[in-house]
Write a protein that binds this ligand. Structure first.
Ligand code: ZN
Length: 236
């Protein structure tokens, strides 16, 4: 823990380097140097495969959740920059990555005709115990930047996680399904009635968590849900 903290202080605060190419960052650069932002990162975030109608995110959720559109910023691949971005955001307290991803999602939403009149930006909630351990909800960091860029309110208090479920990774499909049943609820379903929500998450894997989240959101009459995840993993 202490070593991790020292590593973080050195790499982010004292001696920040570009996560993509390793070059020292200038004062006005955060996470990624300006050159890589226009090359490596532009390529990583550009994949039309993840944005067009019937993309792999929509295919994974189709028939299992009620939603308008679903898209993702980048493919999540082991031992690549995408994994490092998500990992450092989630476990290494590197919060500026949330802004980087949120800004990119907002830009793509502005450029797309699919999104009209979004009322609230809603991050996928973590359980308060998990937030206490980590110090923050990584999806909320991304969502907060989307909210700032689009000038649409961030809503973090209505949708909540009903229990602190353990990791999904060791479970089979049937166990995963059970593990997420009733995992989310709303304090006040009237708040999202007749509203359009943009739901933000960091990684989409099987989609079972997002599906459970959509079920809770759909208790609001006539709600419309758009889903945007920062990354999407291949599911074996
Ligand atoms: Zn660079």
């Amino acid at each position: 823990m202490f070593n991790k903290l020292l590593k973080y202080i050195k790499s982010v605060l004292i001696d920040p380097h570009c996560l993509a190419c390793g070059a020292a960052l200038e004062i006005d650069e955060k996470v990624i140097c300006n050159q890589c932002k226009h090359t490596t990162i532009a390529d990583l975030f550009a994949s039309p495969m993840l944005k067009h109608k019937d993309n792999i995110v929509e295919q994974r959720l189709m028939g299992l959740a009620l939603f308008e559109t679903a898209a993702s910023l980048m493919p999540f691949e082991q031992n690549t920059l995408s994994q490092q971005l998500i990992h450092d955001l989630k476990y290494n307290n590197y919060k500026a990555i949330g802004s980087l991803l949120g800004e990119a999602i907002a830009t793509q939403i502005k450029q797309s005709k699919k999104y009209t009149q979004i009322d609230y930006i809603v991050p996928l909630p973590l359980h308060p115990k998990r937030i206490a351990q980590r110090g923050y909800n990584q999806s909320e960091l991304i969502a907060a930047e989307v909210s700032r860029q689009l000038n649409i309110p961030l809503q973090t208090t209505n949708l909540y996680r009903t229990r602190n479920n353990e990791s999904q990774t060791q479970k089979n499909a049937e166990e995963r399904k059970k593990n997420v049943e009733g995992l989310f609820a709303q304090h006040n379903p009237t708040l999202f009635e007749n509203k359009t929500i943009l739901l933000i998450d960091d990684v989409l894997t099987t989609g079972s968590t997002i599906i459970s989240c959509c079920k809770a959101l759909n208790t609001s009459p006539n709600i419309k849900i758009h889903i945007y995840t920062a990354s999407v993993a291949d599911v074996i």
